[in-house]
Each structure stands twice: as structure tokens, then as C-alpha cells.
Design a binder for this molecule. Structure first.
Ligand SMILES: Cc1cc2nc3c(=O)[nH]c(=O)nc-3n(C[C@H](O)[C@H](O)[C@H](O)COP(=O)(O)OP(=O)(O)OC[C@H]3O[C@@H](n4cnc5c(N)ncnc54)[C@H](O)[C@@H]3O)c2cc1C
Length: 366
């Protein structure tokens, strides 16, 4: 196998292309718009699931591998491209969590640093925190990555590789297949042939697979986010309460998210979400009352059952592979998912047990 067509240029498609090309394959990345402008741009970039203890061991395994690898990935990209994805280790305080006991038990079983802290210590670390919170737990090592910069850096890194071709504004509309074998795709720019096709089309992956009569349970879940610009030292840690969080970037930009909406492919920001996110921001960080919201956007998460991504070959369609359905965690899971996909495609020893992510048994015929 030498030539792979990757469909979708979000974090998953870009990083899959990077891993496959660095392993020596020729890769053509096909993107319907511009690379890195959908969910991977819109997300918050927390390098952890929001409530890691609520996920299955399958999600935890990928998250932990990625968390260990992120600093190295960012350094590699910075050195190669001069673009810094800004992995910012701030830690995360969860406030007034209803399943604190489960969180602490999970952390002990996983050997992760997550501890209860008294509110005086929280206020010492985050003096701008609002009143009325009574309990907190803290994970000191959690980072956030500046995801728009991550996808830009990945794009620049791919441009340095002679065995990568990027075709933007090239929408894939179907597959070339005969006798159970997929040999390419139909695109808005004509047919493209390859030895294998990897679908990494985020929230759109289910619609693409429907062309083959397959029901892939990946659906768009809209998320809206707002942005403030404060002094660089305004907020030193990520904070989360009642499902809403604030993420400080290194330069003082503060992201506050997010909504969870099942409204199909509509990604227009709404006034209702703006008001609700502002209210959450002002409860968490009252100094933001009266501050200007400098950005407001929405993106479409690739929702999947239990948030477990589909990684591996599609049964009955030789040459067709998936790396999609990362739901709320595609940025944190991306490095491990793309390495696992590469291991499987090349027949290498996989970094984690691939079974929970295998499309087999999780796909059905429409
Ligand atoms: C508000 C919000 C907050 C989030 N916060 C976090 C967080 O803190 N941490 C975290 O880990 N994750 C977070 N996420 C989730 C994360 O952003 C996603 O899981 C991840 O970006 C998915 O990456 P992807 O590459 O699969 O999808 P995308 O980035 O959506 O990329 C898919 C690409 O495929 C292209 N495409 C689609 N159809 C076709 C076609 N037919 N032909 C060619 N190209 C096609 C699209 O144009 C797009 O560029 C958040 C998401 C949102 C919306």
C-alpha cells in the first residue's frame, strides 16, 4: 500500500496525514473547504475530557497517551514551522462537582494527580473567581492547546513533506468501489484514486458513509463559545462549574464555553447562547461583567455513541478506513487516534488495544 486519500482536513485528518506521510506513504488530503476551519478551529482545546471519569476506559486510554505526547508534538511543530501551538499547562479546578467521589476514585485507580482543595487555596490561585462556590477539586497538570494555531502549524508542517498533496475546496461526494474494494473517491474536482481511503470528515462522516449504504452513528452536535481579551495574568488556571468553563490562553484571551445543541448542520451563533454563555462567564469570573465579548462562534462536534471514536478498517469494504466520531474530545484524542490508525494501517504493533474503536460491529447497513 503506497497512496492514501484522506477525506477531511480537521485536526484528525491533518494529524493522520502527518503520521502516515512520516511513515513513508504518499498522502493526498482532500478538504471541502479550507483545512482546519471547522470543529478543530472552533473547539476550546482543553487537553483532557471535561469530566474524564465519566468516560469509558477506551477514551481514557487515548487521552492519556495524547496528554503525554502533546508537549513533544508542539515542540516538533514549532521547530519545523515556527508556528507555536501554545500548549499551556494551567491546571483545572472543578467547582461544586456532584460526582466528586467518583472523580477521586477514578483518579486514584488511574494514578492521576487530582485532589480536593479548600476554597481558600482556590481563591489564592484564582483571585478573580466568583463568590458562592463551596468545594473544589484540582488537577494541576492539565493543559490547553491553542487549537487554531495547532491546525495552522500542522498545515505548515505538511507543506514541508514532499509526499503530501493538499487539495482544498475539493469536496468528496462518493466512493469508487467495485467487488467490495474501495479504490478512490468522487470529488467536486473529479475522481481521485488511491490504495486506501481514510474518512476523517468529522461531523460529516456519517453522511459520507451513507453513500455506501452504511449507517455510521456520527452526528453533528453544535457547540457555541465566546471570547474575552484580558491582561495576560488575569486568569492563571482553567475553571469549570455547572458544565461551563473558562480557558486562559497565554496572551490573556479567555474562552468561555460551551453549549451542546442537537440542531443538525446549522452552525450559526445565536443571541440566546451568547446571553447564556455571558451569564456563565460572569458567575465564574465577575470581573468580566461589562467586558466586551470579542468573539462568538459555533462549531459542529462529531457526536458518537459514548464519545468513542471509530478507528480502523470498514468491514466489507476493503481499502476503506475510518478515524472519526471524536465528539467532545477530538483535540485531546487526536495524537493517539492518528497514531493508532497509522499502526493499524501499516500492520504495526498498536499503541493501545484497538478493539474498542473498531468499526466492526458498530456499523450497520442502512
Ligand atoms: C465549542 C466546542 C468546544 C470544544 N472543546 C474541545 C476541547 O476543549 N477539547 C477537545 O479535545 N475537543 C474539543 N472539542 C471537540 C473537537 O473540536 C472535535 O472533536 C474535533 O475538532 C474533531 O476533529 P475532526 O478533524 O474530526 O473534525 P473537523 O475539525 O470538523 O474536521 C472535519 C473536516 O472534514 C471536512 N469535510 C467534511 N465533509 C467533507 C467532504 N465531503 N469532503 C472533504 N472534506 C470534508 C470539513 O470541512 C472539516 O474541515 C470542542 C468542539 C466544539 C465545537
Amino acid at each position: 500500500m503506497t497512496k492514501i486519500l484522506v477525506v477531511g482536513g480537521g485536526a484528525i485528518g491533518l494529524l493522520s496525514t502527518w503520521a502516515l506521510a512520516r511513515a513513508g506513504l504518499d498522502v493526498v488530503l482532500l478538504e471541502s473547504g479550507a483545512t482546519g476551519r471547522e470543529a478543530s478551529w472552533a473547539g476550546g482545546g482543553i487537553v483532557s475530557p471535561l469530566y474524564p471519569w465519566r468516560y469509558s476506559p477506551a477514551v481514557t486510554a487515548l487521552a492519556h497517551w495524547s496528554q503525554a505526547f502533546y508537549p513533544e508534538l508542539a515542540e516538533q511543530l514549532l521547530e519545523l514551522t515556527g508556528a507555536d501551538p501554545e500548549v499551556h499547562v494551567t491546571g483545572l479546578f472543578w467547582l461544586d462537582l456532584e460526582d466528586e467521589t467518583e472523580a477521586l476514585l477514578w483518579a486514584r485507580a488511574q494514578g492521576r494527580a487530582l485532589h480536593p482543595v479548600d476554597m481558600a487555596a482556590v481563591r489564592g490561585a484564582v483571585p478573580v473567581l466568583g463568590e458562592g462556590f463551596n468545594r473544589a477539586i484540582h488537577m494541576p497538570g492539565v493543559a490547553n492547546v491553542r487549537n487554531p494555531r495547532l491546525v495552522s502549524a500542522l498545515r505548515l508542517a505538511l507543506e514541508t513533506l514532499p509526499n503530501v498533496t493538499i487539495e482544498e475546496h475539493c469536496a468528496v461526494s462518493g466512493f469508487l468501489h467495485r467487488g467490495g474494494r474501495v479504490s478512490g473517491v468522487q470529488t467536486s474536482g473529479g475522481e481521485r484514486e488511491g490504495d486506501a481511503v481514510l474518512v476523517a470528515a468529522g461531523a460529516w462522516s456519517g453522511d459520507l458513509l451513507a453513500n455506501l449504504g452504511l449507517a455510521l452513528p456520527v452526528e453533528p452536535v453544535k457547540g457555541q463559545m465566546i471570547l474575552y481579551k484580558c491582561a495576560a495574568d488575569f486568569l492563571s488556571s482553567m475553571v469549570l462549574a455547572g458544565g461551563r468553563y473558562a480557558i486562559p490562553r497565554r496572551d490573556g484571551h479567555i474562552l468561555v464555553g460551551s453549549t451542546l445543541e442537537h440542531v443538525g448542520f446549522d452552525k450559526r451563533p445565536t443571541d440566546e447562547a451568547l446571553a447564556s454563555l455571558k451569564a456563565s462567564a460572569e458567575t465564574l469570573l465577575p470581573d468580566l461583567i461589562g467586558a466586551s465579548v470579542v468573539g462568538h462562534w459555533a462549531g459542529l462536534r462529531p457526536g458518537s455513541p459514548d464519545g468513542i471514536p471509530f478507528i480502523g478498517p470498514v468491514p466489507g469494504f476493503e481499502g476503506l478506513w475510518l478515524n472519526c466520531g471524536h465528539y467532545r474530545n477530538g483535540l485531546v484524542l487526536a495524537p493517539a487516534s492518528c497514531q493508532l490508525l497509522t499502526d493499524l494501517l501499516l500492520g504495526q504493533e498498536p499503541i493501545v488495544d484497538p478493539e474498542p474503536y473498531a468499526p466492526t460491529a458498530r456499523l450497520s447497513v442502512r
